[in-house]
Design a protein around this ligand. Structure first.
Ligand code: NAG
Ligand code: NAG
Ligand code: NAG
Length: 443
């Protein structure tokens, strides 16, 4: 059993008759940025075994030598969230770079200041750079308690959090800095410290595209009239797409600094620059999820695709413990089966479902049911209500209130809450959905 901490956040899906489905951006985690490049040499044998570390078994990742992984973080989170990646998800990645807002070494790896080349006038005059300038002068000792506060998200992010306000400035320089780290990469994969990437799935997916063409892949999200890839879920740019974004930025530098200043989401700014440069987003949901394992809604039918037969390429909002857990799961499974492809249905069957069955009903647990029933006045009554409604898959009782949901989710620790799942209905659904004869890449 592993425990999950609850974190408040919201994201609101928006159905559009023309575009299928867009995820209106409601939620944005705090983070930061880059400039040094770290490389390790791994040798893969024919079974895909890595010889450089007996404990880690890297699956074959064809083409990974032509990928630069860019992990964006920030000084206020880097020590807590980054080191786990070096022991897990980055173990099999030959080329990666860490971009932050403060240059330092973390767990023996160099972390770069991705803001180093921002216009000095902007840095001196824009209040977003107050924390940056303070740390440039004083180093880490310059951090103040209010910098480290974990604010709740609002519909427009965390407007009182200094690290969060600075984060939006990292997206455009990140493109140029990544190009200078590895100018000849075919693909640039962008992730954050709480993103989890399933590398074998990612490489299979990327192999389906011609990297000589401009490509922008990510989870469709919309703010006002801009459609862009949600940053925390991970997104991918081919080399020509990177160059177009870089040229577009160079041609409109001052204008774009002002645009970043008035906007609140850096991933949206990058999406606008790419769109203006003629690189539209390819809609890729549900490959990349803006959810962590506890929140993934594998059986959802609310959107334009059903996740079941899609590979899982990325999760977001993952704690270091969850990253460690998923990595161990992937490693064990690969050792046993020699198969690194993981569908959302595999994860549901092999991870989420056994966790649900472990203890059902479960105390001090919130299964994230969202539909409230004010007339249900007890846990028992909540249960009866769920039993009577054939579409109900789980229910929970918290703060003396009853909630149900039409699909099962794992959920999180929550003191005082009680949750239960309709085991027979889940089992029947798993049986009915069956095994996938064909992998769906949404292409
Ligand atoms: C990573 O592994 C090293 C060596 O096994 C260990 O000392 C360190 O604590 C680990 N760090 C994390 C964050 O797991
Ligand atoms: C559903 O399946 C799980 C595991 O496959 C099993 O432990 C559980 O008893 C089943 N539930 C019902 C109601 O049959
Ligand atoms: C009983 C319980 O914990 N209910 C919660 C389930 O999840 C929804 C959505 O996060 C919450 O609003 C409920 O309070």
């Amino acid at each position: 059993m592993y425990s999950l901490r609850r974190r408040s956040r919201r994201w609101i899906p928006l159905a559009s008759p023309f575009l299928g489905c867009l995820f209106l951006y409601y939620l944005f985690a705090v983070h930061s940025l880059p400039h040094a490049f770290f490389s390790q040499t791994l040798v893969f044998d024919q079974q895909g075994q890595s010889n450089s570390d007996n404990e880690v078994r890297c699956p074959p990742l064809p083409g990974i030598e032509n990928v630069l992984v860019v992990l964006k973080t920030g000084v206020t989170e880097v020590r807590e969230k980054l080191p786990v990646h070096f022991n897990t998800t980055l173990k099999c990645i030959p080329n990666y770079v860490i971009f932050s807002d403060f240059e330092e070494d973390v767990a023996g790896v160099h972390v770069n200041d991705v803001l180093r080349n921002i216009d000095p006038v902007v840095k001196q005059t824009n209040p977003d750079f107050e924390i940056y300038n303070r740390l440039q002068q004083q180093g880490r000792q310059g951090l103040r308690p209010f910098d480290l506060r974990d604010d709740a998200n609002t519909p427009t992010g965390k407007p009182n959090n200094p690290g969060w306000k600075l984060d939006k400035w990292k997206f455009l320089p990140m493109v140029d800095e990544a190009l200078s780290v590895k100018p000849d990469a075919k693909w640039y994969v962008f992730m954050e410290a709480d993103t989890y990437i399933f590398w074998a799935n990612l490489m299979q997916w990327l192999s389906k595209f011609d990297a000589r063409q401009p490509h922008y892949l990510g989870t469709e999200t919309q703010i006002a009239d801009v459609i862009f890839a949600h940053g925390g879920s991970g997104f991918m740019l081919s080399n020509p797409a990177m160059r177009r974004a870089s040229d577009q930025r160079a041609a409109h530098a001052a204008e774009l600094d002002e645009f970043v200043n008035i906007h609140w989401a850096g991933d949206c700014v990058l999406g606008k620059v790419l769109a203006d440069a003629g690189v539209p987003l390819r809609f890729t949901w549900p490959l990349l999820q803006n959810s962590r394992l506890a929140e993934v809604d594998t059986l959802t039918t609310d959107f334009y695709r059903k996740p079941w037969c899609f590979p899982a390429v990325g999760y977001h909002h993952m704690s270091p413990e969850e990253i460690e857990f998923m990595w161990q799961f992937e490693q064990n499974r690969y050792r046993k089966t020699n198969d690194a492809l993981l569908l959302h249905s595999d994860i549901f069957r092999e991870v989420i479902h056994p966790q649900i069955e472990l203890e059902n009903p479960r105390n001090d647990w919130d299964n994230l049911s969202g539909e409230e029933h004010p007339t249900s006045r007890s846990f028992e009554n909540c249960k009866t209500r769920c039993q009577k409604d054939l579409h109900c898959f789980q229910y929970s009782w918290r703060d003396d209130r009853c909630f149900t949901a039409k699909t099962p989710r794992l959920g999180v620790n929550s003191v005082g809450a009680q949750s239960a799942w309709m085991s027979d209905r889940i089992n029947n659904t798993i049986k009915r959905m069956g095994t996938c004869r064909k992998v769906d890449w949404g292409l």
